[in-house]
Write a protein that binds this ligand. Structure first.
Ligand code: NAP
Length: 280
C-alpha cells in the first residue's frame, strides 16, 4: 500500500543532464513496482553541487545519481563514503540516510562486471589477463570492479601514461601499467578487453588499435553504448570475438542505486532494455 504522505523522489545531477537515460530507467521501475514517486533530471552547475547535495535531505529525496562533471567533486561533501569510493576516488550515487546524512557509493564497478556476467554466463574474472584502455573515472571503476571479482592480472594502457600510473598506484594489485605504444601487442593472451576511453563515441575517432594478436575466444567490451556498436566492437565481431557494449553497464549500475533508495532490487526486463535502446 503506497504511503500517501510520502512521494518518493530521486534524480540525477549533471551539467548537462537532459541526455541522461536514468530518468527513463528509474521511472520505469517505480511504475513497475507500484511505487508513487518520480526520478528527475537535475541540471546542477559545478558551483552549485554542494548546495544541491545539502538540499536532498530537507526536500525528502531518497538520493541521487551523479554524472559529469560531479563524480569526483561531490566526494568531499559526503558524510560517509563506501570503501570502493575511497579506492576509486569517484562516485555515482548518493543515498540519504534516515538521519539526513549523505552516503557516497560507486555502483559503476558493479554495473560493468555484472554486464559481462549477464552477456557471457559462466564468465570468471580470473580466467586470464584483462586489458583495459583508458584511465579516467570509468576505467577506475572497471578495474576496481574486476579486482573485487578476483581478476589476477589487469593491464592498464592510457594515452597519458601518468594517469595509468596513478590508477595502478591508487588501486594496487592486480593493475599494472603497460605503455600505450605497446597496445597492439598487449592483446596477445587477453581473455577480456575493455575500451574505457571515449574513442569511438559519436563524434570521436575510433580507438586506434590493431586486433591481429587478439585471441578469438577473448571477450571484447566497450563502455560506449552510443553508437550501439563502435568501430572497435564491429572489428572484433567481424573477427569472431564475443562483444559487449556499454548498455549493460548503464542498466546494471542503476539496480543497486534503486535498491538503496527504495528497498527493491529491480530487474532489467527485455521491455526496459528495448525502451532504452530505442533512444540510442
Ligand atoms: P574521462 O575521465 O574523461 O576519460 C577519458 C579517457 O579517454 C581517458 O583515459 C583519455 O586518455 C582517453 N582518451 C581521450 N582522447 C583520447 C585519444 N585521442 N586517444 C586515446 N585515448 C583518449 O571519461 P570517463 O568518465 O572515464 O568515461 C570514459 C568512457 O566511458 C566514455 O566514453 C563514457 O561515455 C563511458 N562511460 C560509460 C558508462 C556506462 O554506463 N556505460 C559509464 C561511465 C562512462 P587521457 O588520459 O590520455 O586523456
Amino acid at each position: 500500500m503506497a504511503d500517501l504522505d510520502h512521494f518518493l523522489m530521486a534524480g540525477v545531477m549533471g551539467y548537462p543532464v537532459m541526455h541522461s537515460r536514468s530518468p527513463m530507467l528509474h521511472n520505469y521501475w517505480l511504475d513497475q513496482h507500484g511505487l508513487v514517486g518520480r526520478y528527475m533530471p537535475l541540471a546542477v552547475a559545478p558551483d552549485g553541487i554542494e548546495r544541491a547535495l545539502r538540499a536532498l535531505a530537507p526536500l525528502g529525496f531518497a538520493g541521487c545519481n551523479l554524472t559529469m562533471p560531479h563524480k569526483e567533486t561531490a566526494v568531499p561533501f559526503m558524510d560517509r563514503i563506501s570503501p570502493l569510493v575511497r579506492r576509486i576516488g569517484a562516485m555515482n550515487c548518493v543515498v540519504v540516510a534516515e538521519d539526513g546524512s549523505l552516503e557516497g557509493h560507486n555502483f559503476e564497478a558493479f554495473g560493468y562486471a555484472e554486464s559481462i556476467v549477464q552477456a557471457v554466463p559462466g564468465w570468471q574474472a580470473d580466467a586470464g589477463p584483462i586489458v583495459v584502455f583508458g584511465a579516467g573515472g570509468a576505467a577506475r571503476a572497471v578495474v576496481a570492479g574486476l579486482a573485487e571479482r578476483g581478476a589476477k592480472e589487469i593491464r592498464v594502457l592510457n594515452r597519458t601514461r601518468a594517469r595509468a600510473e596513478a590508477l595502478a598506484t591508487d588501486l594496487g594489485h592486480p593493475a599494472t601499467v603497460v605503455d600505450w605504444t605497446e597496445r597492439h601487442d598487449a592483446l596477445s593472451d587477453a581473455t577480456l578487453v575493455v575500451n574505457a576511453t571515449n574513442q569511438g563515441m559519436h563524434g570521436a575517432p575510433p580507438l586506434d588499435l590493431k586486433l591481429d594478436r587478439l585471441p578469438p575466444e577473448a571477450i571484447v567490451s566497450d563502455l560506449i553504448y552510443a553508437p550501439k556498436e563502435t568501430p572497435f566492437l564491429a572489428a572484433a565481431r567481424t573477427r569472431g570475438n564475443r562483444t559487449v557494449n556499454g548498455l549493460g553497464m548503464l542498466l546494471n549500475q542503476a539496480r543497486p542505486a534503486f535498491e538503496a533508495w527504495f528497498s527493491v532490487m529491480p530487474d532489467i526486463t527485455p521491455e526496459l532494455r528495448a525502451k532504452i535502446e530505442a533512444t540510442i
